[in-house]
Design a protein around this ligand. Sequence first.
Ligand code: HPA
Ligand code: ZN
Length: 335
Amino acid sequence: MINNLIKVLPKTELHLHIEGSLEPELMMELATKNGISLPYETVDEVRQAYQFDNLQSFLDLYYLGAASLVTEDDFYQLMWRYLVRCKEQNIVHCEVMFDPQTHTQRGIEFEVFMEGFVRAIDQAKSEWGQSCYLIMSFLRHLSEQHALETLAAAQPYLSQITAVGLDSSELGNPPEKFARVFAAAKRAGLKTTAHAGEEGPPDYIWQALDILEVDRIDHGVRSIEDSILMQRLAEDKITLTVCPLSNIKLCVFDDMQQHTIMDMLRQGARVMVNSDDPSYFGGYLNENYLQLHETFDLSVDDLSLLVKNSFHGSFLPDSEIQHWLSQVDQVIDNH
Ligand code: HPA
Ligand code: ZN
């Protein structure tokens, strides 16, 4: 019963890297078309390589795969396929991260990927009313200067971008390294989010809140180690975009039984569920909810709270959030 409710409920996804939705089939197809050499001969070999010890071992593969994306149409195909998944999974609104530096560093111009993304988003909006915002993420293993230059290059596209984010290798690259670029993004009217407390310590979450002054935190699962931080998150209603399957694949927790998402929910943190890099981590959004249910036997109230948190945490205008919250209640009542 819950399994079916998971599928039919309207949901949002707020933590999804579009480059992490690149399925091995499309990766191989585009690499062949573009004459990019990959260290794999078949789709099965690509899938077999998806065994990770930590965040960095995943990122090495993720950047390798992203190199197969070259033309405007490649980026369109990538975004289009994810948006079709949204339709199939009743993800009525998504906030999608993209990493410009992953592409500009390979000599791909901003306009190439932006035009591909926007073409797919416009088409999905006109075909079935899909709502999709874009989050431009800075790579934290690169310098703040590089991030500032990326923000400047994004200037002509800012009307298409809702927020900035911070991703890539967390340990050794604390949020404070990006204080100036986040301040500049806020001055430009952008919302903000940052990966913090995936592998990094609770101090990185404090820095994201107090130095970057982010609107929400991506992952944030290590906040449970700091009870004062947990209080702060609850009091300020900070959304944590938690990614259960990602955390297992990257060995943040040994297995789903060890995952602390339900403890965090019980302690009043505004946690919600996401897929992060679904092609690499073994499932899209519904598969994340389904695995949580399999492990923690979610009640209807648990599921309702997680899904409502996903709308509360979004950058949608209040009127749209209210609309979707009442739709959630209606679907649950009718179930
Ligand atoms: N963490 C950090 N950087 C990333 C991730 C992640 O889960 N996915 C893609 N880039
Ligand atoms: Zn992520």
